[in-house]
Write a protein that binds this ligand. Structure first.
Ligand SMILES: Nc1ncnc2c1ncn2[C@@H]1O[C@H](COP(=O)(O)OP(=O)(O)OP(=O)(O)O)[C@@H](O)[C@H]1O
Ligand SMILES: [Mg+2]
Length: 488
C-alpha cells in the first residue's frame, strides 16, 4: 500500500491510528473488567438468595405452610432478572417455583443443610444448544425441626452476555468517533505546524536569476528547519557567486572578442574605401593575420578553460625531470629574450610529478609574462627545487616540487594582485586592447595547477615579481573551480 504523498495527511492518519489503538485497548480492558465485575456480582447474588431462602425456611414449620405463602419466597427473587428459584421437597415435589421462562432446571449436587454456601460452590450447567447457567442447590431446614427442603437457585449468563455485547458496541463507536476526531485534529495541527515550511517554499520560489541575493529567513524558522534554511542559503550564495562570475565572464568575453573584430572591420573598411597598391593590401592582411591569431589563441584558451571547468582535461601525470623541461623551454624562449635584451637563467634540479604538456604550458605563460615585464638588461630567473608541500610541512612530510619564475620590473600593485589570476584580467589598462594579450595566461596557469592538486602563488615587492608553481609529491585530483590562487 502506498502512503499518501502529503505529510499533513500522513500525520493526521498517524494521529487517528494511534488514538484508535489507545482507545481500543482501553475499551478491551473496560469491557473485560465489567464482565468480571458482573460475574462476581451474579455469584454473590446466587449465594445470597440461598441464604435468604434458608432464613425464611427457619420461620415456617411445615411444607404446607410454605405452599400457603409462596409469595414470601417469590418476593426474594423479584427484581433479579433471569433468576430461577425452586423450593421443593426432597422427593422433588415443587413448593415454590419462580421460573418465568419455564427453563429446564438441571440436576445439581445438593449441599447439606449444615454447609454454609460460598461462591466457590457454584456449579455450571452447560445445555447442549443454549447459554450456560450458574447455580447452586442446598438443603434448608424447616423451623427447628430436622425436616429439610431443597433450594435451587439458578441463573443463565444470557442477560449478562447481552449487556456486555451492548457495552462493547458502544465502546466500538466511541473508539471510531475518537479516532476520527483525533485524525481531524491531527490534520489541523499538522497543517498549522507545517506552515513555516510552506512559507519557506514560497520564499524559495521567489528566487530568480535576477533576485539571487534573496535569502531565506533563518531566524524566524523553527529549530528543525533552521539547518535546512541555512543549507539552502549557502547553496544560494554559491549559486549567486557562480552566476555573477559567469555573467562577468561572458561580458568580458563579449568585450574581448569585440575589440579584435572591430579592428578587423575598421582596417578592412578603410583599405577598401579606395583602390590601393598591392603593398598596402599586403600590410592589411598582415595586420589582420595578427588579429586572427589573437582570436584563435583566445578561442583555444577559452576552450581549454571550459574543458577544465567541466573536468574534461585528462591528465597524463608522470615523473619528469623538471630541469630538463625548463632547459628546453629556456632554449625555446632564447630568441625572444635576446630580442628584449633580457638574460634567461635556469638553476636547481628536481623531479616533478606532472603532465608534460600542461607543465610546459604553465611555465610558458609565466616566462612569456616575465620576459614581457622585465626591463632590458635585466635577468629572468627560473629556479626549481624540492619543497615541502602544505600537507607535508611537518617533519618527515611529503616533499613536492616548486618552480619559481622571477623577473625584475615594476611591481604589480597590491590591490590588483588578487585579480591577476582571473580570466581576461590585465593589470595594465594599456594592454587591454593589445593584440599580444588575451588576459587568460595566468587563469590557465591557475587552472593547470589546480588540476594537478598544486597551487600558484605570486609575490611582487621591491621591483621583483616572483611566481611560484607548487607541485605536490603525489598529484591529487582537485575539483574545479575552487579557491582562487594565493597571493603572498
Ligand atoms: N611578471 C609580471 N610582472 C608584472 N605584471 C605581470 C606579470 N605577469 C602578469 N602580470 C600582470 O598580470 C596580468 C595578467 O596576466 P596574464 O598572463 O593572465 O595576461 P596577459 O599576459 O595580459 O595576456 P596573455 O597571457 O593571455 O597573453 C597581466 O596583464 C599583467 O598586468
Ligand atoms: Mg600572459
Amino acid at each position: 500500500m502506498r502512503l499518501p504523498s502529503s505529510l499533513t495527511t500522513r500525520l493526521a492518519l498517524a494521529y487517528g491510528l494511534a488514538t484508535a489503538a489507545i482507545l481500543a485497548s482501553v475499551a478491551a480492558y473496560l469491557s473485560s473488567a465489567l464482565s468480571a465485575q458482573l460475574e462476581g456480582r451474579d455469584e454473590s447474588e446466587l449465594v445470597g438468595e440461598v441464604l435468604l431462602v434458608r432464613h425464611l425456611l427457619r420461620e415456617v414449620r411445615s411444607e404446607a405452610e410454605i405452599r400457603a405463602d409462596t409469595h414470601r419466597f417469590a418476593d426474594i427473587a423479584m427484581g433479579h432478572e433471569g433468576l430461577i428459584l425452586v423450593v421443593r421437597t426432597r422427593q422433588g415435589e415443587p413448593l415454590v417455583t419462580l421460573n418465568p421462562r419455564n427453563e429446564t432446571v438441571p440436576p445439581l449436587r445438593v449441599l447439606p443443610a449444615t454447609t454454609q454456601p460460598e461462591k466457590g460452590m457454584l456449579q455450571t450447567w452447560r445445555p447442549k444448544n443454549g447459554v450456560p447457567s450458574r447455580g447452586i442447590a442446598a438443603l434448608g431446614q424447616l423451623g427447628d425441626s430436622d425436616k429439610a427442603v431443597e433450594i435451587v437457585v439458578l441463573r443463565d449468563a444470557g442477560y449478562r452476555v447481552a449487556l456486555i455485547r451492548e457495552y462493547r458496541h458502544q465502546l466500538l463507536w466511541a473508539t471510531l468517533c475518537g479516532a476520527a476526531v483525533a485524525a481531524g485534529l491531527g490534520f489541523a495541527l499538522a497543517r498549522r505546524a507545517l506552515r513555516p515550511l510552506r512559507r519557506m517554499a514560497a520564499d524559495a520560489a521567489a528566487v530568480t536569476t535576477s533576485r539571487l541575493a534573496t535569502r531565506l529567513d533563518v531566524g524566524s524558522a523553527p529549530a528543525e528547519l533552521r539547518e535546512l534554511a541555512a543549507a539552502l542559503n549557502d547553496m544560494l550564495a554559491r549559486l549567486q557567486d557562480s552566476f555573477s562570475r559567469l555573467s562577468e565572464f561572458s561580458a568580458d568575453l563579449a568585450h574581448d572578442f569585440r575589440t579584435p573584430i572591430s579592428n578587423l572591420i575598421g582596417q578592412t573598411q578603410v583599405t577598401l574605401a579606395q583602390s590601393r597598391k598591392s603593398a598596402e593590401y599586403e600590410a592589411l592582411l598582415e595586420s589582420n593575420l595578427e588579429e586572427y591569431e589573437r582570436l584563435a589563441r583566445m578561442i583555444e584558451n577559452m576552450l581549454f578553460l571550459a574543458r577544465a571547468d567541466h573536468a574534461q582535461v585528462a591528465l597524463d601525470v608522470r615523473t619528469l625531470d623538471a630541469r630538463e623541461e625548463l632547459d628546453k623551454m629556456a632554449e625555446y624562449f632564447e630568441a625572444v629574450a635576446a630580442d628584449r635584451e633580457v638574460v634567461l637563467t635556469v638553476s636547481g634540479s628536481a623531479p616533478v610529478e606532472a603532465d608534460q604538456t600542461l607543465l610546459r604550458r604553465a611555465v610558458t605563460n609565466l616566462l612569456d609574462n616575465a620576459l614581457r615585464h622585465a626591463p632590458a638588461g635585466s635577468t629572468v630567473r627560473v629556479d626549481v627545487a624540492r619543497a615541502p608541500t602544505a600537507a607535508g610541512t611537518g617533519t618527515g612530510g611529503a616533499t613536492g616540487t616548486s618552480i619559481r619564475v622571477s623577473n625584475p620590473g615594476p611591481a604589480i600593485p597590491p590591490e590588483t594582485l588578487p585579480h591577476i589570476f582571473g580570466r581576461f584580467y590585465r593589470a595594465d589598462p594599456s594592454r587591454r586592447n593589445s593584440a599580444a594579450s588575451t588576459g587568460l595566461g595566468l587563469a590557465i596557469v591557475d587552472t593547470i595547477m589546480r588540476l594537478h592538486g598544486g597551487s600558484v602563488t605570486v609575490r611582487s615587492v621591491d621591483g621583483l615579481t616572483v611566481f611560484t608553481l607548487q607541485f605536490p609529491a603525489e598529484p591529487v585530483p582537485m575539483s574545479l573551480p575552487s579557491a582562487p590562487a594565493a597571493v603572498s
